[in-house]
Design a protein around this ligand. Sequence first.
Ligand code: PNS
Length: 166
Amino acid sequence: MTTAVYPGSFDPIHGGHLDVIRRAREIFDRIVVGVLDNEQKNYLFSVEERAQLVRQSLGPDTDITVRPFSGLAVAFATAEGATVMIRGLRAVSDLDNEFQMALMNRQLEPRIDTVFLITGFSNVYLSSSLLKDVCAHGGSIEGLVAPVVERALQTKLRSAPATRAG
Ligand code: PNS
């Protein structure tokens, strides 16, 4: 049985992430989504909120595991018994940073390989930052995130100062 870990910030999860998870589930037996808890980052949602939004976006019938983690992604993956790390690619420009991370992760833990999955065309332009910005300025993000995420973003951003949308 191959376990793959999909680490990320998921602040919040959007259609591109869900597309990657769906594709990964077709390939691997067990998927664990790791939601990073990093105190140095200024997330819009707390780690519990982000993990909960991932679970709710996946729906009640999923067999995907969702766990918050802190520290190194390879340590989290090892603790989950994973041999694969999933990362999504939207464009070639993503590859620069992803390539560097994959090689550093391999240096840290040679038993874990990174597998890149390319997001579907309809999702290539999505990013959590862009969605937060659009939502904060009153634009529609319907269909780009799960309805529960859309509501959470509207609640958080439209009652918060604009500076939190970054
Ligand atoms: O969704 P993101 O922000 O692109 O995800 C980045 C993430 C969480 C995968 C990366 O920052 C990470 O793995 N952080 C955990 C700490 C770590 O392992 N750092 C070394 C990476 S080479």
